[in-house]
Design a protein around this ligand. Structure first.
Ligand SMILES: Nc1ncnc2c1ncn2[C@@H]1O[C@H](COP(=O)(O)OS(=O)(=O)O)[C@@H](OP(=O)(O)O)[C@H]1O
Ligand SMILES: Nc1ncnc2c1ncn2[C@@H]1O[C@H](COP(=O)(O)OP(=O)(O)O)[C@@H](O)[C@H]1O
Length: 627
């Protein structure tokens, strides 16, 4: 068992012991060296929340590091644990638990370095309170502003401003007042409703558990008093029931229950409910739990509901009160905090996870990005790590949602990279866009099958991908000639050509290439719908967009052909002299040289242009097509 596992077991015991007390979740944020770890370490230790094995380890560490006079260096404990978890990468937020007679606490310790915004957002998404630490000698920093912006973005309404290291400025009231006033101005700009400022020396314990004699001019609470008494209840009582279905419980033919945690409202047997997004209605029959059936259940409780009717309900659906259901939509205005190493590219599909539902989503437009230090709106074509943008989102299917301001569970989402499964963004849904609401799919009587029948062929999209000069155009051209000779109806979409018309507004940046492929894939889809065999010949360098294109077609309709020519060979051919230009630095973002090419992993066909002639390769494609 690792140290972390044993801590987890202890935590479970602690939580059980404190089960009857209120629970407060908070995060700590601040710049490096503001004293975060010391603050948390002391809170844990002085409230006797430290687990004994960790305390022993801590004292040993302190001795090893030669801390003054055998004193415990509290910072060591948390920094040590954080480092340990960092090796496991992904989330290195350290969740710590402690309790007093009045409350129990879960604190997410978010590392303060720039690149750790991801951890902070993770911690903040469930917290009720944020402790923002500021070094009294340094005042408000860019990092303080950034963290406070994220705190407000993620809906934390209560901030404890801990002006730390007051001992180093002689507990000077003027210093404290100036920082507190500056912060209140910032908070009101950001819409943070409740700010309490405390003059603190985390190291010495002044105003930490009890009020300190060193600050007779201060009559507010100590940090712990604040945490024990702050009222974070939200007025959710008037919201109707919302239960996102986590799983369908069907142990046998006679029982079918829908399990999940109630995120708003309450429920009783007999209540009328609606299931979203389908809109089907039913009535609650039982509220089942491990401890027996309940007469009523409310927000925060994990339950299994059984319904009067046999409805088709699956994970991700939301069971809601009939009188007051959440909305359903597939297009949104949203705030997106980008956490990916690679930039956000409009048009690229990501997985969006909202409540218990996962759907494919893309950003259709970045309205602007927000300078998190000044709140200025800046023009943007993409979002880089740690940037926040106001975006339009498009989902490939409708979901039940609520504005984040009203309900964090049904309004807060994350975006996941479809290749790496890494979390690349955290975001909030602001409101639904109505633009598609009044547009309905127009039924036509002559359909794709009818069009294909008259052409006596199966429509296809043959997608050639490869480096510039690999041979895409040459081979596609030969394939078309052969198909034409056989009486087939075809069309070639060639990158060079389409860029002269439909896509003449696009260049060769990553984001322009994503849009280039999105458009040509849509055109290819229309053409196959018209019954044609379409040959697409685009470099299409990114796996994500080739996959997006593939998903637009039926399973045997899309044939990915990798024209596999090594870079050195394509460069030697240099049909258009572009490689020479790129090498000379006169052509930026050139594929293979200053812009990446991601080779297909599982194409339907791989053409080795060193092994065979264009003619032979074209014949291979035709044979694959006409099987
Ligand atoms: N910077 C840069 N990088 C790559 N290619 C460049 C560039 N600048 C111009 N060209 C010419 O544009 C053709 C590629 O366009 P595509 O639309 O196929 O490219 S992409 O799919 O959007 O990556 C490509 O055609 P092919 O050589 O037929 O592939 C080039 O002739
Ligand atoms: N086996 C092969 N397959 C395709 N092209 C080849 C082959 N061998 C040599 N070539 C030459 O390589 C060049 C490929 O250029 P092109 O078809 O315009 O590539 P792309 O469309 O991928 O940029 C042509 O001059 C072609 O004659």
């Amino acid at each position: 068992m690792t140290r972390f596992d044993s801590a987890t077991a202890d935590v479970a015991a602690l939580l059980r012991q404190h089960e009857t007390k209120g629970l407060l979740r908070f995060i700590t944020c601040g710049s490096v060296d503001d004293g975060k770890s010391t603050l948390i370490g002391r809170l844990l230790h002085d409230t006797r929340g430290l687990f004994s094995d960790q305390l022993t380890a801590l004292e040993a560490d302190s001795r090893r590091h030669g801390t003054r006079g055998g004193e415990v260096d509290y910072a060591l404990l948390l920094d040590g644990l954080a480092a340990e978890r960092e090796q496991g990468i992904t989330i290195d937020v350290a969740y710590r638990f402690f309790g007093t007679e009045k409350r129990k606490f879960i604190v997410a310790d978010c590392p303060g370095h720039e690149q750790y915004t991801r951890n902070m957002a993770t911690g903040a998404s469930t917290a009720d309170v944020a402790i923002v630490l500021v070094d009294a000698r340094k005042g408000l920093l860019a990092q303080t502003r950034r963290h406070s912006y994220i705190v407000s973005l993620l809906g934390i309404r209560h901030v404890l401003l801990a002006v730390n290291k007051m001992d180093l400025v002689g507990f000077d009231r003027a210093v404290f007042d100036e920082i507190a006033d500056g912060y209140r101005a910032l908070a009101s700009q950001l819409g943070i409703e409740h700010v309490t400022a405390v003059p603190l020396s985390a190291l010495n314990g002044d105003n930490l558990l009890r009020r300190s004699d060193a600050t007779p001019w201060y009559d507010g609470p100590s940090v712990l008093e604040y945490l024990e008494t702050v009222d974070v209840s939200r007025d959710a009582s008037d919201l109707g029931l919302r239960l996102p279905v986590q799983w369908v419980n069907r142990p046998n033919q006679d029982f079918r229950g829908f399990a999940g945690t109630i995120v708003a409202g309450h429920v009783r047997p007999g209540d009328e409910v609606v299931v979203l997004p389908s809109g089907r209605r039913s009535q609650v029959v039982r509220i089942v739990t491990a401890d027996g059936d309940l007469p009523v259940a409310s927000t925060g409780q994990a339950v299994t509901l059984t319904l009067a009717d046999e409805l088709d309900i699956s994970r991700g659906d939301v069971i809601a009160a009939v009188q007051d259901p959440p909305q359903v939509a597939d297009q949104f205005a949203a705030h997106v905090l980008w956490l990916g190493e690679q930039a956000l590219l409009p048009g690229r599909p990501y997985w969006l996870k909202l409540g218990t539902r996962t759907v494919s989503a893309s950003v259709t437009e970045i309205k602007h990005k927000v300078d998190v230090n000044t709140q200025d709106e800046l023009a943007a074509k993409s979002l880089e790590l740690n940037e926040v943008g106001v975006c339009n989102l498009y989902l490939d299917q409708p979901v039940a949602f609520e504005a984040y301001a009203d309900n964090r569970e049904l309004g807060g989402f994350i975006l996941i990279d479809r290749q790496t499964n890494a979390t690349v963004a955290a975001g909030t849904l602001d409101f639904a866009l109505r633009r598609a609401e009044n547009i309905h799919w127009q039924h036509v009587d002559v359909d794709k099958a009818a069009r294909a029948r008259i052409k006596a062929q199966q429509p296809r999209c043959v997608w050639f991908t490869g480096l510039s000069g690999s041979g895409k155009s040459t081979i596609a051209n030969l394939v078309e000639k052969k198909l034409h000779a056989l009486g087939h109806h075809t069309y070639i979409l060639d990158g060079d050509n389409v860029r002269h018309g439909l896509n003449k507004d696009l260049g060769f940046t990553d984001e322009d290439r994503v849009e280039n492929i999105r458009r040509v894939a849509e055109v290819a889809r229309l053409m196959t719908d018209a019954g044609l065999i379409v040959l697409v010949s685009f470099i299409s360098p990114f796996r994500a967009e080739r996959r997006m294109a593939r998903e637009m077609f039926g399973s045997d309709e899309f044939i990915e052909v990798f024209v596999d020519t090594p870079l050195q060979v394509a460069e030697t051919r240099d049909v258009k002299g572009l490689y020479a230009k790129a090498r000379a630095g006169r052509l930026p973002n050139f594929t293979g040289i200053s812009s990446p090419y991601e080779a297909p992993e599982a194409p339907e066909l791989r053409l080795d242009t060193l092994g065979d002639s264009p003619e032979a390769l074209a014949q291979t494609v035709v044979e694959r097509l006409l099987v």
